[in-house]
Write a protein that binds this ligand. Structure first.
Ligand code: GUN
Length: 283
């Protein structure tokens, strides 16, 4: 039997509907959620992401600013700008689009964002809060993965989740969130022997490594939930994930397509974080 497809766009749309209603309530109480997105340089993919983030703000009735800076902006100038937004009461979330030009140290920039406005969830204190189970703003793609699981009735509790990939942006935080949701979690990576065998143990398989079509049907336990976080561009210009979708779709119980699976959730969770931060600013 063919897997049930997890349509991230539909789930994302219904979450955005909830966010819009909550934002309206908050606005009636005098607080408009606000997000600033800062982009340095002309990277075309980043330009698209930034436009989509601003558009999502507009659609939900948030206050939105986009600051476009030239590629030769100094680290000091960027730090000074972040300092200004840290103190700006109309802005509840600060996102600096990555990657940054080589002469700017990403870590210094992330560290400078006030933790309560860290809507990317990349600040070391946010990461630490996630680890110890405190009230952190959660990184957007990983929290989107958890929402997809919960909203399709695939609660991680008591399941064996196998995460392939150990990046700071996907693998590690997704593993931590699955653990928090009471899954038993295994993390695999490029140095894991018998990775295929490990993957086949999974009730929930989450893949984020950036290798096109790495995961084949032999890696998947029949009926497993397969969440593909990879986005790769093939030589013919088409997008594909880290999972060989056509190969796996007959074996998995549930599967996310690429595009249209995890992708649409990332900006939605950014909007959710901005709203959370705005609500907290009221207290
Ligand atoms: N570049 C690509 N994805 C992201 C993201 O989620 N956050 C930031 N800040 N930059 C990105």
């Amino acid at each position: 039997m063919s897997a049930q497809i997890i349509f991230g766009k539909q789930i994302s749309d219904s979450i955005r509907e909830e966010l819009r209603m909550e934002a309206d309530r908050l606005k009636a109480e005098g607080v408009t959620p606000g997000l600033v997105v800062i982009i340095v340089g002309e990277d075309p993919a980043s330009q698209v992401y930034v436009r989509n983030k601003a558009k999502a703000c507009e659609d939900l009735g948030y206050y939105s600013e986009v600051v476009r800076l030239p590629a030769d902006t100094t680290q000091e100038a960027l730090l000074a700008l972040i300092g200004e937004y840290n103190g700006n009461g109309a802005v509840h979330g600060i996102l600096v689009q990555l990657p940054l030009p080589k002469h700017i140290e990403e870590k210094a920039i992330i560290d400078a964002i006030a933790v309560e406005k860290d809507v990317d969830g990349f600040h070391p204190e946010s990461v630490g809060n996630l680890m110890i189970g405190d009230d952190a703003l959660l990184p957007c793609t990983p929290s989107g993965v958890i929402e997809l699981l919960k909203r399709t009735g695939n609660s991680p509790a008591g399941k064996h989740a196998v995460v392939i990939g150990r990046s700071n942006i996907v693998g590690k935080p997704v593993a931590m969130l699955l653990l928090r949701e009471n899954a038993t979690v295994t993390i695999c990576h490029s140095r894991t022997p018998n990775i295929e065998e490990m993957a086949r143990q999974a009730d929930i398989l989450v893949v984020g490594v950036g290798v096109p079509k790495l995961v084949k049907k032999e890696w998947v336990k029949p009926g497993a939930v397969v969440i593909d976080v990879g986005v790769n561009r093939l030589p013919d210009g088409k997008l594909c994930g880290d999972v060989d979708y056509d190969d796996v779709v007959e074996t998995a119980g549930w599967i996310t397509p690429v595009p249209g699976g995890v992708g649409p959730m990332t900006i939605t969770m950014l909007m959710a974080n901005t709203l959370t931060s705005a609500k907290r600013s009221k207290k």
